[in-house]
Design a protein around this ligand. Structure first.
Ligand code: GRF
Length: 194
């Protein structure tokens, strides 16, 4: 079993990030989140900050492209980052970082990929699309990140049956609850991989 120094990327409330941090604090996973990067002053930065975890807001439009990448690489170097998790990060990770960390970047998506993924498929859009398509099942997916949105190899998926009278809101709630369980599980799988 390996233990990783995790960098997490968020854009929003960071409940998945919180679930991973809590799992690490309980000793369920050996890895630790040591750096959180956001593309704006996201609410989800508060919890890691309160624990003394290093956080950074890095805004693409404020920096030349090379500097935008180098700032992140320098932070990875400083914290010995060897695993990256995207937890509700709405921007694309630059190809240079994907190349450098291939097989070591995970994302969580609130539907059963390869269906209902891709650009624009985030938040409530996903759950509405699932219901409109009349799917029998939905559920979260953890996958490796490659250069295309929601595209890399799937690591872990959990299915739930869509109930009668299900709304996008109820589905989001039920899927999110499972996300909080499977993201730490996915990290554990990576720890146990040779
Ligand atoms: C989750 O539904 C995740 O699957 C998606 O973005 C949402 C993030 O939620 N990628 P939170 O910020 O972790 O609460």
């Amino acid at each position: 079993m390996r233990s990783y120094n995790i960098a997490a990327y968020i854009s929003g409330s960071g409940s998945n990030l919180k679930a991973v941090i809590e799992s690490s604090r309980k000793g369920e996973i050996a890895s630790k989140v040591v750096l959180v990067i956001a593309d704006k002053e996201a609410d989800g930065l508060k919890y890691p900050s309160s624990l003394g975890i290093d956080t950074a807001v890095i805004v693409r439009r404020n920096l030349p492209r090379r500097e935008f990448i180098d700032v992140q690489l320098r932070l990875f170097e400083k914290h010995g980052i060897n695993l990256i998790i995207l937890a509700g990060y709405l921007k694309k990770i630059p190809d240079e970082i994907i190349e450098k960390f291939r097989g070591r970047i995970l994302n969580i998506h609130p539907a059963l990929l390869p269906k209902f993924g891709g650009k624009g498929m985030h938040g409530m859009n996903v759950h509405k699309a699932v219901l409109e398509a009349g799917e029998e099942f939905s559920g979260p997916t953890v996958h490796f990140v490659d250069e295309k949105y929601d595209h890399g190899d799937i690591l872990l998926q959990k299915k739930l049956r869509i109930e009668k009278g299900e709304t996008a809101e109820s589905l989001q709630k039920r899927v999110l609850k499972i996300e909080h369980k499977i993201y730490p599980e996915a990290v554990k799988l990576i720890e146990d991989m040779k």
